[in-house]
Design a protein around this ligand. Structure first.
Ligand code: G3I
Length: 392
């Protein structure tokens, strides 16, 4: 049960004691236990976890998380690589893994402009197909994929990253061929394919003003049309400083006002210097490698480790403040070694964006996140004791 929203200041004060040696003995709780009254805690899992290639990592996922997202195995190119050919081997394993471990299972994603094969948009001569043909392909894909996991996958990222940085709809082949209503159609098909599933809009950089405005306009329009949309996914591919936790706080409040569940769907914190000022997850961009962009190949220096722990603590303070509307917080990966950030936007770097190191050991950031959860409980108990004392 969600009892209260604690002020941000208390966790930050408690965190100051975090570095002291005498206070590093944490209770043996896990992430999913620490936040069990707040939200589910998820991780995106890759093919190696799904196929149980690394027993220690699989055990870590089972122990720490009660929700999973498929990093790649449910994307169009994975399940539907060629016309009429579906390959559900990995996706079935993924769903089975979630069911066997009683996890909240996320479907990612149905409609996106990346990792969708070019054939989807073209005819035999290589020209764009017409609107009706593409709508037919979209319907077939959504019915086949969402229909197969009806009653098993709990929520779908139906449309992923449809809004551009300027707040306009991204001019993807979906939009070029079908028109703006491709988005409403995708939600209608998904709802028909699995009426019980939660249906989300998922995007990155929703803290940026223009993009946020565009996403709000899109969601309001869908709502006005009576299209079922249950939640918005804020990806939160963050850096040590950007976006500020205050801005994340405001962003969650803004989407909460639309009457939607809010989810943090792809959380990670990039600690490496960036060759670009843009904060996004635009996977089509890549830069040349150079040692100045890859400074921590021999390990993360303590000051940066502490900065990462503080950053995660601040973010989780914000998430806990919004525990009434946040239903899930999902990390984009399990250990640092898994992260897509080791390959983006420069290939072959060594990043440290998650709570578990390359050996699967909890980092100071992991302890800081547990400590925040714990401090909220102390605050909740204190406030309960104070209010019952006031009765006498
Ligand atoms: O499938 C090939 C495989 O055959 C080949 O052996 C291998 C060799 O490198 O590459 C494989 O494809 C890679 C794929 O991940 C599977 O590992 C692609 O090159 C690589 O580009 C792809 O990256 C994924 C990226 O989405 C692509 O768009 C990342 O793993 C995945 O973490 C990332 O996730 C996205 C979310 O879906 C949406 N939000 C942003 C987020 C981060 O970009």
């Amino acid at each position: 049960m969600k009892i209260f929203s604690a002020p941000l200041i208390l966790p930050l004060v408690l965190l100051t004691g975090y570095a002291a040696k005498s206070q590093t003995n944490l209770p043996p709780i896990t992430l999913k236990e620490a936040f069990q009254n707040d939200f589910v805690i998820g991780a995106a899992i890759n093919a190696s976890v799904i196929w149980e290639k690394n027993a220690a990592e699989v055990a870590l996922v089972k122990r720490q998380f009660n929700s999973i997202s498929p990093e790649n195995v449910l994307k169009w190119e994975s399940v539907h690589p060629e016309p009429g050919i579906y390959d559900f081997q990995a996706a079935d394993r993924y769903v089975q893994f979630g069911l066997a471990n009683k996890m909240f299972i996320v479907g990612h994603n149905l409609i996106w402009h990346h990792q969708t094969p070019d054939w989807v948009f073209r005819d035999n001569s290589g020209n764009f197909v017409d609107r009706n043909t593409l709508l037919g392909r979209m319907r077939d894909h959504i019915f086949t994929v969402a229909g197969r996991y009806r009653g098993k996958i709990n929520g779908w990222d139906v449309v992923n990253e449809a809004v551009d940085e300027n707040g306009e709809l991204r001019d993807s082949p979906w939009r070029k061929i079908i028109g703006d209503d491709y988005i409403a159609k995708a939600y209608e098909f998904a709802h028909e394919a699995d009426p019980q599933a939660q249906l989300y809009y998922n995007d990155f950089d929703l803290e940026s003003r223009r993009k946020q405005k565009g996403a709000i306009a899109l969601i309001k329009q869908l709502q006005a049309q009576g299209v079922k949309i249950t939640g918005v996914g804020l990806q939160e591919h963050d850096t040590l400083k950007q976006p500020s936790s205050r801005r994340v706080d405001q962003t969650i409040s803004t989407f909460e006002k639309l009457g939607l569940k809010v989810m943090i769907t792809e959380l990670d914190v990039n600690v490496l210097p960036s060759p670009t000022k843009r904060l996004d997850a635009e996977v089509s961009r890549n830069f040349q490698s150079s040692p100045k962009w890859d400074p921590y190949t021999n390990g993360l220096p303590d000051p940066v480790q502490r900065q990462l722990a503080r950053r995660y603590a601040d973010l989780f303070s914000v998430f806990l403040k919004h525990r009434e509307c946040i239903s899930r917080v999902t990390f984009w990966g399990v250990t640092d070694g898994d992260s897509w950030l080791n390959t983006y936007p420069i290939r072959g770097r060594t990043d440290y964006p998650l709570l578990f190191d390359r050996a699967g050991k909890g980092k100071p950031a992991f302890e800081a996140v547990l400590k925040i959860a714990q401090s909220q409980k102390v605050a909740a108990n204190t406030s309960r004791e104070e209010s019952s004392a006031a009765h006498y």
